[in-house]
Design a protein around this ligand. Structure first.
Ligand code: IYR
Length: 223
């Protein structure tokens, strides 16, 4: 492969430091309002909003610019129903035997269980796949790099973009998730990463009273 042409950094604009502070603060205020929601309304969400959020996710920094993600956006009620059915089967096994007691204890305060009605009720499920390796036009395998990091960053941008647009999300990880390849007809090189449930919260939605760690518990400055 040849070296990419170099072009000017057109998108960057310097902010005066006070504007920088205000921008950092207002973004913090925005993301602090995000909560993982489990009570979803069945109100419709226009597809074009999701399309822009997915394009935002697709800007993520990633290994060798391979962009090793694939988002399967499910709105079809029958496909959602089948995802729910198979996810609940895995979750039943998880909550009633497969999960070690230590894991169940760690989840207890969230009040989750094997019932996943939101998988049918929310208007959209974005099933995020990680491309473990690429396949060239000739069918040869092509190695991808930092796949988990890349897809994790893209998913973080996606969650944030959806929140910024005014939507609620739930990151859901039925375990194991291999059934999603069969159900959605995805090839062997795509590994299910997580399901992002997207929609409006129910009017009376409730969320656990949990908090985020303060700065001194999450960051260390060396200066
Ligand atoms: N996948 C299960 C269990 C679960 C695991 C973690 I780690 C959570 O933060 C929440 C749930 C479920 O979705 O119920």
């Amino acid at each position: 492969m040849s070296v990419a042409e170099l072009v000017p950094l057109d998108g960057w604009r310097e902010k005066p430091v006070e504007e920088m502070r205000a921008a950092a603060r207002s973004f913090l205020e925005l993301v602090r309002r995000r909560r993982t929601v489990r009570d979803f309304s069945d109100r419709a969400v226009p597809r074009d909003v999701l399309e822009d959020c997915l394009l935002a996710a697709g800007t993520a920094p990633n290994g060798a610019n391979r962009q090793p993600w694939r988002f399967v956006v499910v709105g079809d009620p029958e496909v959602k129903r089948r995802i729910r059915e198979e996810a609940e089967e895995e979750e039943r096994a998880f909550y009633h035997g497969r999960a070690p007691q230590e894991w169940l204890d760690a989840l207890e305060h969230l009040g989750t269980d094997e019932h996943k009605p939101f998988l049918e009720r929310a208007p959209w499920l974005i099933v995020v796949f990680a491309e473990s390796y690429g396949v060239t036009a000739e069918g040869a395998r092509e190695k991808n790099y930092y796949v988990t990091e890349s897809v994790g960053i893209a998913t973080g941008i996606l969650v944030t973009a959806l929140h910024h647009a005014g939507l609620a999300t739930l990151t859901h990880t039925p375990s194991p998730m291999k059934f999603l390849n069969g159900l959605l007809g995805r090839p062997e090189n795509e590994r299910p990463f997580l399901i992002l449930v997207v929609g409006y919260p129910e009017a009376d939605a409730r969320v656990p009273a949990i908090t985020k760690k303060p700065l001194e518990d999450i960051a260390v400055f060396v200066e």
